[in-house]
Ligand binder design. Structure first.
Ligand SMILES: O=P(O)(O)OC[C@H]1O[C@H](O[C@H]2O[C@H](CO)[C@@H](O)[C@H](O)[C@H]2O)[C@H](O)[C@@H](O)[C@@H]1O
Length: 378
């Protein structure tokens, strides 16, 4: 339901925060934690799905749907070993154990934090309309935002589920950016950004696709009616066809339905997330580009004293991790229970760990260390 990311920053503390997520408003938070199962890692990253004709193409889609939605089952002993070596050492240690290194690396720099929503701030749940943040997570994000940006900007279009006016939102995989016009240092937004009538930042690189997306949404709603459990979400610049509640026997039929619609719209492409097929414009824009745009808009693009951190859980977040890796600036943190190929530097296992990370990064270190230690021992 959501694909936004948020940004906040503060000169006084030398720390800043930014948050990303995907769609529209969420209702108030409710506690919902994921189960005690672990996703089995994918062997290879999945390719972008293509449109075209033929049963082979559909079968490739379904294979890809299956691979992006690993069966939930307890890990075998060897899988458990792989998982623990992935998290504990080598390439992607848990951010919880790298606390001091993270703080040291960012010392004296302005931290700008980018946060994915689904699977990062909220746990993955069956019904995308019920992907609420827990009370703890809401508190963590709002405490961080308060600490980092103690004064409020005027911002009308705050998403209901976060309700923090200091944050910049990048909805629809970074295609719907909104936020205050100036950061806390009073830096002006860049020349590419449009100012809305409230002088807030607003940038929608796929605006011309809106009528097409609306039309396709209606067609898709009709098409998938015959597939029990399927759901289409209109995320403004991106349509999400959820199959989490669809019986696997019907995935083929669902893929056919989606493909038949896409065949009529060559300017739209299909990508994938966690049990979701995403239809979006074929423009060269992704969460990585959105991250760069936001850094530039905040006046941080060429600055050596800026330390961006991006936390996300899904394939679309890899674009942002890669930007940070390529820039050699800041780092990415992947939220994942199991090993995955990733451009992130560190890992967290689930959203509840991410809330600790916010506290820690934003100065509540002493307060949180004890809790972290406790959690880590569970
Ligand atoms: O790449 P993201 O910004 O994380 O967005 C991907 C999709 O996220 C949401 O769906 C996911 O979370 C749902 C709620 O937990 C879950 O039911 C679904 O299976 C997940 O794929 C969002 O609802 C979609 O619109 C996004 O495409």
């Amino acid at each position: 339901m959501t694909n936004q990311n948020v940004v906040v920053s503060d000169a006084k503390s030398g720390i800043g925060l930014a948050l990303f997520s995907s769609a529209v408003a969420k209702p108030p938070p409710a506690a919902a934690q994921g189960g005690g199962f672990v996703a089995i890692p994918r062997k290879k990253p999945l390719k972008k799905l293509e449109t075209g004709s033929g049963a082979a193409r559909i079968s490739a889609w379904v294979d890809s749907m299956r691979a992006s939605s690993p069966t939930r089952k307890p890990l075998s002993e060897s899988e458990d070993q792989i998982k623990s070596s992935w998290i504990k050492q080598l390439h992607h240690p848990s951010a919880l154990t790298m606390f001091e290194q993270i703080i040291n690396a960012s010392s004296g720099k302005q931290i700008v934090m980018f946060l994915d929503y689904d699977g990062t701030l909220s746990p993955i749940v069956e019904d995308p309309d019920r992907a609420f943040m827990t009370k703890e997570m809401r508190k963590a994000v709002s405490d961080v935002a308060r600490k980092v940006l103690p004064y409020s900007h005027s911002y009308r279009e705050v998403y209901n589920f976060v309700k923090l006016s200091q944050l910049y939102y990048a909805g629809s995989h970074g295609m719907d950016i909104k936020g205050p016009a100036k950061d806390s240092n009073n830096r002006e937004v860049n020349a590419n950004a449009n100012l809305n009538d409230n002088q807030g930042l607003s940038f929608q690189p796929a605006r011309e696709f809106l009528p097409m997306i609306d039309k396709v949404y209606k067609v898709l709603l009709e098409k998938i009616k015959s597939t029990p459990g399927a759901k289409v979400e209109n995320n403004k610049f991106c349509l999400s066809v959820h199959y989490r509640c669809v019986d696997e026997k019907s995935w083929n039929a669902l893929a056919e339905q989606v493909k038949s619609v896409l065949n009529d719209y060559p300017k739209l492409k299909l990508t994938q997330g966690r049990k979701v097929l995403e239809i979006r414009p074929t423009i060269k824009w992704d969460k990585g580009k959105a991250l760069e745009f936001l850094l530039e808009s905040l006046g941080y693009a060429n600055s050596d004293d800026v330390f961006p951190v991006y936390i996300g859980d899904d394939r679309t977040d890899e674009d942002a991790f890669k930007v940070l890796r390529d820039r050699g600036q800041g780092f990415g943190i992947l939220v994942s229970k199991g090993p995955k190929e990733t451009n992130a530097s560190y890992s967290l296992q689930e959203p509840s760990e991410a809330s600790y990370a916010f506290f820690a990064t934003f100065g509540g270190m002493e307060k949180i260390t004890a809790t972290w230690t406790l959690e880590a021992c569970r």
